[in-house]
Design a protein around this ligand. Structure first.
Ligand SMILES: C[S@@+](CC[C@H](N)C(=O)[O-])C[C@H]1O[C@@H](n2cnc3c(N)ncnc32)[C@H](O)[C@@H]1O
Length: 284
């Protein structure tokens, strides 16, 4: 595994003991991923499942016929499934060692003095579909990305440095690649749920004490004030989705998720994001 993949594995090892602290986040996320899955025939894919501290796997396996967990970190997936007593469940499939960007090897070679070429940006947008999707099954009724986008973007910032003049272009290409991957893995008529942190208590000190009603109306304010992680506000995600030439025209509907709080170590995050449904005539 390359350096940047190893970095994710180390992060996961540090968070593995957070099961209790994740309880509220796990309940909210599991509700979103199980929602409406009343038929026992549906198939769910979760990108960035890691330790699965944020997933109630028995509940998801009761809602869906198949639950596929994808992560660069195979050990975390295996330990997470074992802790929840579902290792070996016939509906559970673990896809460890999969880099959803397919470009961690490229990013591992970057530094603050690197010049990012057009071919690099094209690879960031295209390889998730041409390389990562190629090693995964597809045709999912629901494809979720669970607080993975922040890790993907942070990895690029770590490699290039936060002051790199092309970092915003790199982030946009990574987001395009991620949206295209989710759309590629979804079945025609299927749903993609991009769960992403918008802001943390670092820049919004009152966040930890806000009520669900206050949270429900918070996203427009964050957008207005520009107080959000770059590229991660639901309105930005929606704009990127609509503008993408390969996915935008195939989106039948899209809506922001109702946000909730995720307390991790000393920080609280606002978790929200976007759910979009592909048209039934969506072809590959
Ligand atoms: C913030 S964690 C999500 C929380 C996690 N579901 C849990 O409960 O521990 C993000 C996950 O994305 C994974 N990840 C980060 N970059 C990745 C990549 N390029 N390919 C695949 N997985 C990646 C990390 O290994 C980690 O498990």
């Amino acid at each position: 595994m390359d350096l940047l993949g190893g970095r994710q594995v180390a992060f996961n090892a540090a968070c593995r003991g957070q099961w209790e602290a994740f309880a509220e986040h796990r309940r909210c996320l599991t509700d979103v991923l199980a929602r409406g899955a009343t038929s026992r025939g549906s198939r769910l894919c979760v990108l960035g499942a890691g330790n699965a501290n944020d997933l109630d796997l028995p509940a998801l396996l009761a809602a869906h016929r198949e639950v596929h967990l994808v992560d660069i970190d195979a050990e975390s997936l295996a330990l997470g499934a074992a802790r929840q007593g579902v290792a070996g469940h016939p509906g559970l499939r673990l896809h460890g060692g999969v880099d959803v960007t397919a470009t961690l090897g490229v990013l591992s070679g970057w530094s603050p003095t690197s010049a990012v070429g057009r071919a690099d940006l094209d690879a960031l947008a295209a390889w998730p579909v041409s390389r990562a999707a190629a090693v995964l099954p597809g045709g999912f009724d629901r494809v979720a990305s669970t607080c993975l986008l922040s890790q993907v973007l942070e990895t690029a910032a770590h490699a290039l440095g936060r002051g790199h003049r092309q970092l915003a272009d790199v982030e946009a290409a990574l987001l395009a690649g991620h949206l295209r991957l989710m759309a590629r893995l979804a079945a025609p008529g299927g749903e993609a749920v991009l769960v992403a942190e918008s802001v943390s208590s670092d820049t919004l000190a009152e966040l930890p004490s806000m009520s669900p009603d206050e949270l429900a109306g918070l996203q427009p304010r964050l957008h207005r004030e520009g107080n959000h992680f770059r590229g991660m506000h639901p309105q930005h995600l929606l704009a990127a989705l609509r503008a993408d030439p390969s996915v935008g025209p195939r989106v039948a509907s899209a809506a922001s998720l109702m946000p909730w709080l995720w307390r991790l170590h000393a920080r609280t995050y606002l978790v929200g994001g976007l759910a979009f449904r592909l048209g039934t005539d969506y072809g590959r």
